[in-house]
Write a protein that binds this ligand. Structure first.
Ligand SMILES: CC(C)(COP(=O)(O)OP(=O)(O)OC[C@H]1O[C@@H](n2cnc3c(N)ncnc32)[C@H](O)[C@@H]1OP(=O)(O)O)[C@@H](O)C(=O)NCCC(=O)NCCS
Length: 331
């Protein structure tokens, strides 16, 4: 179907738990140091959801703020997409739970599982329905409670992640604004590098899987690192080329917030100055699908992005997956 409308983001919101876990707190839990964590990752602290708080709770709060920012009511929504690797439960989807929390019914709601690339997979999916005129307003949320699936005895992983949620309202925008280009992909051959092995149909949860800790997130960090550095720059270059722009036209890059070294290496490859790259990982760690939407919400509310700016959003994650978009900011 041909493109009838321009799709863009007209509202953003986020929800971050109050509880802060610092690197020195982690020194009491595993054999690590603040110096190691800061020098290898850039992370100083992360937020941890209360034991009674689930991903849908954070997602709902982020959604309400994004609706308010867009001047819309929940009943104006035509579809809800939630990107998460930490759904409240296997099913029903977290998107259906958010729909109920918002007090609405009827519109389609489903989850997207593309790990840290999920919110951008969601944004790109939503943009197809908007630009073809099928729907007018779509809620896309990236939300995670990673603290509930990391092994708090594994120093290789538990220092890296945090909890939070960010939301976009994707709608029709004026000509020339919104998504100018997108790119996304996956390489399932890398599926072993980042995973939660048990609890699904291949290895259903059992006493044995729990004893072996197979319900926790596992990662081959250095392999993911190499992939990330390559793909962040490549995916960014792809959207610049598709939009027929050049690097000089880019005003702001909002990358997935996994590791300061990955972001810096990608930034250098793209020859962008530090001022053009948004970073909040020092405060939140890697919030997987929530990282990019939270960063965009913060940058927008802090007035760091202006109407007419060309902004790249780019992410990589388990799967392996990656996605990027080039937006002309229209808010
Ligand atoms: C995980 C990561 C920070 C590790 O950094 P690194 O420089 O690659 O470190 P290495 O894996 O080489 O480990 C170096 C040593 O530090 C140790 N180490 C790991 N975690 C540690 C911690 N929290 N504190 C202290 N030492 C630690 C390792 O055990 C290893 O020790 P050894 O050499 O005695 O075996 C880095 O690989 C990374 O960020 N990868 C990408 C992860 C990612 O982005 N995941 C999410 C994808 S969306």
């Amino acid at each position: 179907m041909n493109k009838l409308y321009n799709a863009g983001i007209i509202g953003t919101g986020s929800s971050i738990p109050d509880k802060i876990l610092t690197n020195s707190d982690l020194e009491q839990i595993v054999d690590t140091t603040d110096e190691w964590i800061v020098s290898r990752t850039g992370i100083k602290e992360r937020r941890i959801a209360d034991s009674k708080v689930a991903t849908s709770d954070l997602a709902t709060e982020a959604a309400k703020k994004a609706l308010e920012d867009a001047n819309l009511k929940a009943s104006d929504l035509d579809m809800i997409l939630v990107a998460t690797v930490t759904p409240d439960m296997h099913f029903p989807s977290t998107a259906c739970l958010v729909q109920s929390n918002l007090g609405i019914e009827g519109c389609p709601a489903f989850d997207i599982e593309a790990a840290c690339s999920g919110a951008l997979y969601g944004l790109i999916t939503a943009s197809q329905f908007i630009s073809t005129g099928v729907y007018k307003n779509i809620l896309v949320i990236g939300a995670e409670c990673l603290s509930k699936i990391v092994n708090w005895q594994d120093r290789n992983t538990c220092v890296l992640f945090g909890d939070g949620a960010g939301a976009f309202i994707v709608s029709r925008v004026d000509k020339g604004y919104g998504l100018l280009a997108h790119s996304m992909g996956a390489d399932g051959n890398g599926s072993k590098l980042l995973k939660v092995e048990a609890g699904g149909s291949k290895r259903p949860a059992s006493l044995e899987t729990v004893e072996k800790g197979l319900h926790y997130l596992q990662m081959e960090g250095s392999e993911v690192f190499k992939f990330a550095v390559k793909i962040m720059a490549k995916a960014s270059e792809e959207v610049i080329a598709k939009a027929k722009l050049s690097l000089d036209d880019i005003d702001f890059l909002i990358p997935h917030q996994a590791n300061i070294r990955i972001i810096d290496a990608s930034r250098r490859r793209l020859k962008l100055s530090k001022e053009k790259v948004y970073m909040n990982l020092m405060h939140y760690g890697n919030m997987s699908a929530a990282s990019v939407p939270v960063a965009l919400d913060e940058a927008s509310r802090a007035g760091k992005i202006q109407k007419g700016d060309n902004i790249i959003l780019v992410a990589f994650g388990g799967g392996l997956t990656w996605a990027s978009t080039l937006l002309k900011w229209g808010k």
